[in-house]
Design a protein around this ligand. Structure first.
Ligand code: K1U
Ligand code: ZN
Length: 175
């Protein structure tokens, strides 16, 4: 089991645009396994490769209560989005402790390759639709806080930078 390190906002690498996966080969399959381990360990419902500093279009998701419905989306594309939009609270493993409302299309249809490289179409609503759109934003270098006001973004940046400094101080003190 390999745990990957998750980039934390405001790390500039979270804003890189991911490139398409060229082949679903052994390297990508190993990355998928490590991303699921990392996501489950962090109690997340999704994780984009961007968040573990790999800038390729790959997402892992599991929105099930039992944590037994893993879903892999490689090179995902939204092929339809509903006109109806819903606002819901979102969180992010790269923005720990921050939750805020974001408005997005209520339902989406996405085409992607699965973990075996087979093309799939997924119709999603509810939490799955929110999670897919949130993770696809990561692949475009967008973090959910960028939907919030500049004032809120600045407050979040300051809070997380302060937390990071404090954690580094505590680490130094314990060595
Ligand atoms: O960091 C991520 O991209 C994963 C993120 C996905 C997500 C959660 C909620 C709305 C949109 C996208 C998380 O898993 S945050 C973890 C979390 O605290 C959570 C888990 C279940 C439901 C809601 C939040
Ligand atoms: Zn996120």
């Amino acid at each position: 089991m390999a745990q990957l390190s998750i980039l934390r906002y405001p790390d500039a690498r979270l804003h890189k645009v991911a490139k398409p996966v060229q082949a679903v080969d052994a390297r990508i399959k190993a990355l998928i396994t490590d991303m699921f381990d990392t996501m489950y360990d962090a109690s997340g419902i999704g994780l984009a490769a961007t968040q573990v500093d790999v800038h390729e279009r790959l997402i892992v998701i599991d929105v099930s209560e039992e944590r037994n419905e893993p879903m892999v989306l490689i090179n995902p594309e939204v092929i339809w989005a509903s006109e109806e939009r819903l606002r819901g609270d979102e969180g992010c493993l790269s923005v720990p402790g921050i939750y805020d409302g974001v408005e997005r299309p209520a339902r989406v249809k996405v085409r992607a390759l699965d973990g075996e490289g087979r093309s799939r179409e997924i119709e999603a609503e509810g939490l799955l639709a929110v999670c897919i759109q949130h993770e696809m934003d990561h692949l475009m270098g967008k973090v959910f806080v960028q939907y919030l006001s500049p004032l809120k973004q600045n407050r979040i940046k300051t809070k997380l930078l302060k937390q990071e400094k404090q954690e580094r101080r505590e680490q130094l003190e314990s060595t």
